[in-house]
Design a protein around this ligand. Structure first.
Ligand code: SAH
Ligand code: SF4
Ligand code: F3S
Length: 467
């Protein structure tokens, strides 16, 4: 920086876990450049908006956030506003035409260059746009700092080559590229040394990890991560059903740290729509994968994504989706109304489904799933589960979920199947009351639509740390 005084930076992140991971890197890199994180927009000298382009609604959020900054920028002209991520990649310079007080537009490959871009914008007092997509993976240099978290993300691959006809990701994140196992393992080891206990590996389709670069297979990578001392749990997302191999299914039996949950987005239950979506599997082929997973691990939790109202989706197609949801009986799902995206071929497909119809179908999917989610949670009552405690429960007190003890302090963790369990400290046998990062066995007492409540039956002693 030109001046040595510490500055404040506010980061707002929209979108998927990859953006969360990227924002963590932005925070680290910018800290090294003299910017400390602040939770206050008005105290910021630099505002970074990390954006998502997956649906129109996500894109609208970007422009409404930027619109709200107009007054602040007027009052504080030296404030730097930087827009990054998928909308930045998609729109480039057009963002500045629309919002002239944006100083920096940086694409999905330009994250590592942000400190330099901000410096240039400040010293040259001009707008900077950097949206060149990289052709090879650029490794972060600065991993020295990380928030004190028990769980965290590590991106193992970037981009996507699948070109589902509705999806913007291949255009905004570029071609699929995998990081080397050595770099991934080194990053996880470093995070473990800072307290990380659970890692979620990120990629748009982890099943094709390493194939192009002829690195190792994804199950091999998992096996290597499973050996890292100090890591207690491994999760990953997302897995494309067309590439879900038997080898990966077997990993759920063979790797003790791999959690019993898979996010396996089906998108639709209609073969006709799946073909239009370019998903490359049929409803029956998908169901065979589900049977294979449950044969290996009958307890495995399966979740999914559904798009309703894809162009040409008839009542009969939609019923096929509902039937598939019922046949799988998912543990949970995310459902979205189809949204036209720039570049994605489906934007030009005929027979668009009216908005009202999409809304109605979305509600039907959510209603059908809600029954399964609650049933699955209720089936847990009376069982004993091991959870990794992530910290204090986020909703405190939860008036809807606690009838007797509304104001009671609760800890929160997740089961291997990724279900949230809250518990109180009542009757604890250890005087050390910091449960964060510890594995606890809890008896599940009550089930709610989105969480469980339990009582600890065994708490592992705190890790010995040299004094
Ligand atoms: N790579 C992941 C998906 C990433 S996007 C995969 O293949 O599963 C997350 C989800 O957003 C998708 O699974 C899909 O359900 C939804 N989505 C993507 N594009 C969409 C669009 N144009 N309209 C509505 N939902 C969309
Ligand atoms: Fe998009 Fe399909 Fe790639 Fe997922 S697999 S990111 S839905 S193109
Ligand atoms: Fe959104 Fe980009 Fe992720 S479009 S879903 S932030 S890859």
């Amino acid at each position: 920086m030109n001046d040595n005084s510490l500055k404040n930076m506010y980061i707002h992140t929209i979108g998927c876990q990859m953006n969360v991971y990227d924002s963590e890197r932005i925070a680290r890199d910018m800290k090294a450049a003299g910017y400390d994180l602040t939770q206050s927009v008005s105290a910021a000298d630099l505002i970074v908006l990390n954006t998502c382009a997956i649906r129109e609604k996500a894109e609208q959020k970007v422009f409404s956030f930027l619109g709200r900054l107009a007054d602040l920028k007027k009052k504080k002209p030296e404030l730097i506003i930087a827009v990054g991520g998928c909308v930045a990649q998609q729109e480039g310079r057009k963002i500045i035409s629309r919002i002239p007080y944006v100083d920096v537009v940086f694409g999905t490959s330009a994250i590592g260059r942000l400190p330099n871009l901000v410096r240039q914008a400040k010293s040259r007092r001009r707008r900077i746009v950097d949206v060149e997509l990289a052709e090879k993976i650029e490794e972060a240099e600065n991993t020295a700092e990380y928030p004190d978290a028990v769980t965290g993300f590590v991106t193992i691959m970037q981009g996507c080559d699948n070109y589902c006809s509705y999806c913007v990701v291949p255009y905004v994140r570029g071609r699929e590229m995998s990081r080397t196992p050595e770099n991934i393992i080194a990053e996880i080891r470093s995070l473990v040394s800072m307290g990380l206990r659970e890692v979620t590996l990120l990629g748009q389709n982890v099943n094709s990890y390493g194939k192009k670069e002829k690195l190792c297979s994804f199950p091999d990578l998992l096996a290597r991560i499973n050996e890292i001392e100090g890591i207690r749990r491994i999760r990953f997302t997302t897995s494309h059903p067309k590439d879900l191999s038997d080898e990966l299914i077997h990993a759920f039996r063979d790797l003790d740290k791999l959690c019993g949950h898979i996010h396996l987005p089906v998108q639709s239950g209609s073969d006709h729509i799946l073909k239009l979506m370019n998903r490359k599997y049929s409803g029956e082929q998908y169901l065979e994968k589900v049977v294979g997973l449950r044969k290996i691990n009958p307890e495995i939790a399966i979740t999914s994504d559904i798009i309703v109202g894809f162009p040409g989706e008839t009542e009969s197609d939609f019923n096929d989706t509902l039937n598939l949801i019922r046949r799988v009986a998912y543990d949970g799902l995310f459902a979205f109304k189809y949204s036209d995206r720039p570049n994605a071929p489906a934007a030009c497909f005929p027979d668009k489904v009216p908005e009202e119809k999409k809304k109605e179908r979305l509600q039907t999917v959510l209603d059908v799933q809600a029954v399964f989610t609650l049933d699955k949670n209720e089936a847990m009552v009376g069982k004993t589960e091991e959870i990794l405690v992530e910290g204090p429960s986020r909703k405190q007190p939860d008036v809807n979920e606690n009838t007797e003890s509304d104001s009671e302090f609760q800890w929160s963790g997740r089961t291997s199947a990724n279900k949230i369990v809250n518990f109180s400290e009542e009757g604890q046998i250890f005087c050390d009351r910091n449960f964060k990062g510890r594995m606890i066995r809890v008896r599940i007492d009550r089930a709610f639509p989105h969480s469980l409540r339990g009582t600890p039956v065994y708490i592992e002693p705190p890790e010995c740390k040299p004094s």
